[in-house]
Design a protein. Sequence first.
Length: 157
Amino acid sequence: NVPLKELLKEIMLNMWTKAEKKNIKLILESDENPIVFGDANRLKQVFLNLVDNAIKFSEEHSIIQIVLNCYPEQVEVEVQDVGLGISEEHLNRVRDRFFQVNPLNGGTGLGLAISQQLVEQHQGTMVIESELGKGTIVTVMLPLSNENDNIIYQSVL
Ligand code: ATP
Ligand code: MG
């Protein structure tokens, strides 16, 4: 079981240098620290991949926001960038193994395929919304652990 806000903070620290090289600002927005089911290292891999993409496909001086929202039975993490975006014709292929819009950008085209698989292994879903030239939002939904019961109870009181 994984405290998600702490995990996302770690992601921020891990990606800081990479973002700084492009003068990109990383912002984490979250009021709560929900606990989700699963394996911390695998979930870390998911969000490292998503933030890595956001940095890679954004211009210098850009902003990337990681937003954590809690719902009664699940949590939602959005990784938002205002970068290159993805065209409609490519959008449904970006999770295919080895697919890259432009292979000259480096990498192997496996990041999203792996993330998708890891999220599914956690009984979660991953939705990608994007507009060419405007940016991309990747939303990961994960089920809450029942360890949260006392936390929710406290907030009701
Ligand atoms: P790797 O992750 O293996 O280093 P990669 O980043 O190219 O390589 P994926 O993470 O699987 O591979 O992404 C596949 C493709 O989807 C990318 O090459 C890029 O064309 C597109 N893509 C992914 N995320 C974004 C994003 N945030 N903005 C714009 N395009 C994206
Ligand atoms: Mg990638």
